[in-house]
Ligand binder design. Structure first.
Ligand code: PRP
Ligand code: MN
Ligand code: MG
Length: 179
């Protein structure tokens, strides 16, 4: 591990095992239906790729790219769509897939935006969640790991666009982000 990382928080093996567990639950819950999984770019790329391959349920995959509005702060919770879905989700069973729920503001906005399009169902799967950072209370059907309120990178998660390709989730050394 490079000196930029403080520690490995969740290993690749732990991620694989958790995604298999979540996929089994999802398969049971959506038995006999077709699921549209929606990945939130860019962080959810790894979770989408591995979760999709762990599922037996027939799925189609689509993507949204969103950005918080304003100068790099998410405090307003106002989100702008950079890339919308290609799919009309009316009447579809939709599962939003995220790498992490931090404040919850991105997801809160996405849930209200997507629910206004009339899906048959709309649920959320996230690999990571930071309960201590939550600013809104959200119903999340499938959660991988609750983690402490620390800066984490890897497995899709970035710091200044770097570290997304790490196969594990790690904590970043404070010197990297000026801490
Ligand atoms: C990160 C992460 C979630 C969101 C969670 O995305 O991937 O989408 O922040 O934060 P919140 O719960 O406080 O809203 P980011 O906006 O960094 O974009 P990225 O996925 O391209 O890294
Ligand atoms: Mn993201
Ligand atoms: Mg990011």
């Amino acid at each position: 591990m490079g000196t930029d990382l403080k520690s490995v928080l969740i290993t690749k093996e732990e991620i694989d095992a958790k995604l298999a567990e979540l996929a089994a639950k999802i398969d049971a819950d959506y038995a006999g239906r077709e699921l549209l999984i929606v990945g939130v770019l860019k962080g959810a790329v790894m979770v989408m790729a591995d979760l999709a391959r762990a599922l037996s349920t027939p799925v189609t995959m689509d993507w949204m790219a969103v950005s918080s509005y304003g100068a790099g702060t998410k405090s307003s919770g106002v989100v702008r769509i950079l890339k919308d879905l290609d799919t009309d989700i009316a009447g579809r069973d939709v599962l939003i897939v995220e790498d992490i729920i931090d404040s919850g503001l991105t997801l809160s906005w996405l849930l209200s935006n997507l629910s206004s399009r009339g899906p048959a169902s709309l649920k959320v799967c996230t690999l990571l969640r930071k309960p201590e950072a939550a600013k809104v209370d959200l119903e999340v059907e499938y959660t991988g790991f609750d983690i402490p309120n620390e800066f984490v990178v890897g497995y899709g998660l970035d710091y200044a666009e770097r570290y997304r390709n790490l196969p594990f989730v790690g904590t970043l050394a404070p010197h990297v982000y000026g801490g």
